[in-house]
Ligand binder design. Structure first.
Ligand code: GLN
Length: 314
């Protein structure tokens, strides 16, 4: 590992040793696309990066996986960087209390998604990024790859097979995008917006890379590697963490706040990023999911981590 090893290494080793016997014993791997359905459920990785730039990792922390909705954290960051408060004209900031791909609230709320972390909200964010990129003759997908690669300090890529499958089977996301468009809440053509969304879901990264990429969230927005230029300002960073706590794990957010007490963002690839503000950023990964679409062992690992270290925002 390039950075200095953190004093938290023994805690991560202990979590892997505790959870290893439970691998493959509960939960279900996402099966809506073949590339996710064939992932071996008996994998578990955990990594962290401290504010000081020390890193630690255990288990399968170097194995790349499909980050899926964890990507929504980074596209939100990009949109907040570029648009500031204007972003909130199109997207709310309230927990949805519904599954991540639900359509029901959109009709009552005239096509304005509850928050940027449900699928409808992330698609609306992608639309904003497409508009911003177009205005400068660029592409939102290129902007996303540039942000991720800069945050990690190494090249990050989309998994083309996953992106294609997302598009082939994404009927609900296609419905969400068209529904918002019918309310005048999507500016660009639905195909381009969804191509951006499906590709961001198809980013492939390891726990080590994600812990590093999200490290600006425990550093008041300072870039994980260089510190300069900042990724987001202190105020925006606080807001991203608040949204992760209230909306980052969908209809499990209340339970996650109760049992873990950290801002978290999860994805159906089994990854979860968690932040201890002013201390460190963690990433856990295990592909088998619980009924809310969050990693079963990932949540257990975070609970063990806060119990063992006493680190929580509460
Ligand atoms: N690609 C998935 C979807 O759009 C992402 C959902 C998730 O990770 N929660 O439904």
């Amino acid at each position: 590992m390039s950075s200095k090893t953190s004093k938290f290494q023994p805690v991560l080793d202990e979590i892997v040793a505790t959870l290893r016997p439970q691998l493959g014993q509960g939960g279900k791997v996402a099966s809506y696309i073949p590339a996710l359905a064939r992932v071996d459920a008996r994998q578990f990785g955990i990594a962290l990066r401290t504010c000081e730039g020390e890193e630690a990792g255990a288990g399968d922390f170097e194995t790349p996986f499909s980050i899926q909705s964890v990507s929504k954290l980074f596209t939100l960051t990009l949109a907040m960087q570029r648009m500031g408060d204007a972003l909130w004209e199109r997207i709310g900031r309230e927990p949805s209390g519904n599954p991540f791909n639900s359509l029901v609230q959109l009709e009552n709320e005239q096509g304005k998604p509850r928050n940027p972390f449900i699928n409808a909200g992330a698609i609306a964010v992608a639309d904003r990024l497409v508009s911003q990129a177009r205005a400068s003759g660029g592409s939102a997908k290129t902007d996303i790859l540039a942000l991720m690669s800069s945050l990690c300090g190494e090249p990050i890529a989309f998994d083309d097979e996953v992106a294609r499958s997302e598009a082939d089977t994404g009927f609900r996301n296609i419905a969400l995008a068209n529904f918002m468009k019918s309310f005048g809440k999507i500016d660009n053509d639905v195909e381009t917006v969804l191509d951006t969304y499906f590709n961001q879901c198809a980013l492939r990264m390891s726990c080590r890379q994600l812990a590093r990429a999200a490290a600006f969230l425990c550093r008041d927005g300072a870039h994980p590697i260089d510190g300069e230029p900042e990724v987001t300002g202190e105020r925006q960073t606080r807001r991203i963490n608040a949204l992760m706590l209230t909306c980052g794990t969908y209809d499990a957010a209340g339970d996650v706040a109760f049992s873990i007490g950290l801002p978290c963002k999860s994805g159906v690839g089994g990854g979860i990023v968690a932040v201890v503000p002013d201390r460190l950023t963690l990433c856990v990964w295990s592909p088998a999911l619980d009924a809310t679409g969050n990693s079963l062992l990932g949540m257990k690992a975070l609970e063990l981590f806060v119990t063992r270290t006493g680190l929580s925002v509460f």
